[in-house]
Design a protein around this ligand. Structure first.
Ligand code: ADP
Length: 483
């Protein structure tokens, strides 16, 4: 709100003067300036009116019978408590000492009698300006307090000494303790593993950590924590937002159990159906009517696809639960890659694509890995590359080694991946185009599984657009060096 637009009408001024003519004159002046006016003719009734009407500003005559201005100013300040109610004392007396005494008793300003209307107007305007600012500030404060108190997340404010300096209702609930008990306590008592890390050096940064919080009573609770550093009056503070994730973890666990049970229950009958279909297609069953063979092939193809999907779901589930069992053994990198390419030649041929392996690594160069999982990652990447390549093009598999890592790049010459899909590439059940699953099969799980497998093997996987056109997936796996 602009300052020259102050809502003087909403402010009430209490005029206190024992001389009726002066009181009337002051009241008229103040009213003309647009303020609401109430008045009293001596100290005692002024105090009663102050309590009852709660004015915003007081104009107070110093020299009055009974309680004098100084005493009234003192009592008004006591009645107002924490609220600031400006008091302007008015005096026609010579000298300064009585004004000084009034200021010391708590008066905020003074005016000499007879009062100059322009000076009174300007003093009231200044005070009104401060009062309005104060009201705006208080409204803002109560709004942010309401937001913080009604937040579902626990909020803690820490000082630079890592003690708790503020907390909201949700934090009281999470920590199972009242504010009074928590204030001033060291945060390490409830969050022993809290890491300020780099956020300590950055001016203001939100960071997410998964932690356990130790309430004052009861068991530890898993939380997700956002950490932000801020400064106030040259001092550093920390804002901690804690979200209880115990319910989410419970639901995740239920989901994982559900997927695991369902996949197991589907896998057994599916394996037996596929076995039976394969037998029906074998020479042993040559007596089966020729006309049935396309139907058997279709049933076999679709059942195998279903089994592949069930297996992928199981893998993803196991990896997410950290329950993947790896069989780590030393293998020659060159032989491993040779085998992987060999296995995928047939698939590439189906798309009219040729596979090219660039591996100038010595056969004796060994990596300790899980052969089956390594093959699964590479086959996922190679089969994708073939699927999305134009016919007669080449898919490259390029291996190189640094002092600590083996790097394998699978590069195709397809159309590449749309920029807006790249951030979702490794998320489960995502495909760039909804028609992908119809055109090429697949479930949108391959890359999600590959990423989980890479990380289980201690490595990583990334995507970048190939230089001309096409996609480039890079798998990096740790390598122990040449021994
Ligand atoms: P899917 O089993 O459907 O292939 P993936 O997780 O392996 O699932 O791949 C997810 C999606 O990423 C694919 O559906 C496709 O849209 C895109 N994609 C993956 N690899 C390539 C590639 N080499 N070129 C173009 N698009 C690709």
């Amino acid at each position: 709100m602009p300052f020259n637009d102050l809502p003087a009408g909403v402010l009430t001024v209490l005029v206190v003067d024992d001389i009726a003519a002066t009181r009337r004159r002051l009241c008229n002046l103040v009213q003309k300036l647009g303020y609401c006016v109430i008045s009293a003719k001596e100290g005692k009734s002024a105090l009663a009116l102050f309590e009852q009407a709660q004015p915003d500003i007081v104009l107070l005559d110093l020299l009055m019978p009974g309680l004098d201005g100084c005493e009234v100013a003192l009592r008004i300040k006591a009645l107002a408590g924490k609220k600031w109610v400006p008091v302007i004392v008015l005096s026609g007396l010579e000298g300064e000492h009585h004004l000084l005494a009034a200021l010391e008793a708590g008066a905020d300003d003074f005016l000499r009698k007879p009062t100059e209307p322009a000076i009174l107007a300007s003093k009231l305007k200044n005070l009104a300006r401060v009062l309005v600012l104060q009201q705006q500030h208080a409204a803002l404060l109560s709004k942010s307090l309401a937001v913080s108190e009604n937040s579902f997340d626990a909020i803690l404010v820490l000082g630079s000494d890592e003690t708790i300096q503020g907390l909201n209702l949700a934090a009281e609930r999470l920590l199972q303790a009242d504010r009074g008990v928590m204030l001033g306590r060291a945060v390490r008592g409830i969050l022993p593993n809290l890491a300020f890390g780099q956020a300590k050096h950055a001016p203001s940064q939100g960071r997410l950590q998964q932690l356990e919080v130790l309430p004052l009573s009861g068991e530890s609770i898993p939380v997700e924590l956002g950490l932000t550093c801020f400064h106030q009056a040259g001092e550093q503070f920390w804002l901690l937002i804690l979200r209880d994730v115990s319910e989410r973890q419970r639901v995740d666990q239920l989901k994982q159990q559900f997927i695991a049970t369902l996949s197991h229950e589907l896998r057994t009958p599916l394996t037996s159906i596929i076995g039976s279909l394969k037998m029906l297609q074998s020479p042993q069953f040559a007596f089966v009517d020729e006309r049935a063979s396309p139907l058997l092939e279709m049933a076999d193809r679709n059942a195998s696809r279903l089994l592949h999907m069930v297996n992928e779901l199981l893998d993803l589930n196991k990896a997410a639960a950290g329950a993947l069992q790896l069989e780590l053994r030393p293998y020659s990198v060159a032989n491993l890659l040779g085998e992987v390419v060999q296995v995928n030649l047939g698939y590439a041929a189906k798309y009219g694509v040729s596979l090219q392996l660039f591996c100038e690594l010595d056969e004796s160069l060994v990596i300790c890995t899980d052969k089956m999982r390594f093959g699964q990652i590479m086959s996922n990447l190679i089969s994708n590359a073939c699927k999305y390549s134009p016919a007669h093009s080449t898919v490259d598999v390029d291996a190189s080694i640094t002092s600590s890592a083996l790097r394998i790049i699978v590069r195709d010459r397809g159309a590449g991946i749309a920029e807006d899909f790249v951030p979702h590439l490794f998320e489960p059940f995502t495909q760039a185009d909804a028609s992908d699953s119809r055109l090429y099969g697949g479930t949108g799980l391959g890359l999600a599984i590959s990423r989980q497998l890479c990380s289980a093997l201690g490595g990583s996987i990334s995507y970048q657009a190939a230089q001309d056109s096409g996609s480039e997936f890079t798998v990096t796996l740790p390598w122990g060096g040449r021994g």
